[in-house]
Ligand binder design. Structure first.
Ligand code: G3P
Length: 226
């Protein structure tokens, strides 16, 4: 399962990459606005400068009319390069834009996915990734994890190469469920990413090992001392 960072803060992205290997970064207009940078292309280029060249960068169009979405997506690819995945919301106009962009060879991530059928239609239109908003679905009274799984099942049953890119997670359990089901990609905010690898029991076990070792071999000793 590929793991992307759902944030646009360059410092946070650098910190995260320094600790673990990730597969890229996703942004949306809200995430970009939180950086305070009034030039989103500048911010996206800054992100590109701190992630590996082959890492994915996902950025979203703001337009709501099909033709405008298409023009905006072409512009974003021309500025940011071809390894940019253009996020297009799954509205009626968005679905048509996905179809046009996919035929041009532009990589599209269908975003704001709030149901199985809209996701399936976006796959049919040629989207490479489908981003169901797991936690936002939960907050609407639906089962976000189950909807992400149902999308995965349906697109695989239909033979599409499109992958689910699970988004909007509040906790590591939701992410775990994606991985157990074979979902291809998740994008996770920095706080939840930290919780993925945090294991208090493992930390305690290490402290116990050190204590036992030091009682026998001396305080502060490691294998390097022998
Ligand atoms: O980037 C889209 C999605 O990840 C939004 O997440 O936390 O705003 O629901 P959130």
């Amino acid at each position: 399962m590929l793991i992307l960072i759902d944030d646009a803060d360059v410092t946070k992205i650098k910190e995260l990459y320094a600790k673990y290997p990730y597969d890229g970064v996703t942004t949306n207009p809200t995430i970009l606005s939180k950086t305070g940078n009034p030039d989103p292309m500048d911010q996206l280029k800054k992100i590109q400068s701190v992630i590996p060249k082959d890492a994915m960068l996902h950025a979203q169009v703001l337009s709501t009319e099909t033709e405008d979405m298409v023009r905006e997506a072409r512009h974003m690819v021309s500025v940011l390069g071809e390894n940019t995945y253009i996020k297009v919301p799954v509205t009626a106009n968005g679905l048509k834009a996905i179809d046009i962009l996919a035929k041009e060879g532009i990589s599209v991530t269908a975003t704001a996915v709030y149901g199985v059928m809209p996701a399936f239609m976006a796959a049919k239109a040629g989207a490479k990734f489908l981003a169901p908003y797991v936690n936002r679905l939960d907050n609407l009274g639906y089962d976000g994890v189950q909807i992400a799984k149902d999308i995965h099942t349906m697109i695989k049953a239909s033979g599409y190469e499109t992958e689910v890119l699970g988004a909007s997670f509040k906790n590591s359990q939701q992410v775990l469920e994606m991985g157990k089901f074979g979902i291809g990609v998740v994008t996770v905010n920095p706080d939840t990413l930290k919780s993925l690898a945090l294991n208090q029991v493992a930390e305690k076990a290490v402290q116990d090992f050190i204590q036992d070792f030091e009682e026998c071999c001396g305080a502060g000793k490691t294998m390097l001392d022998f």
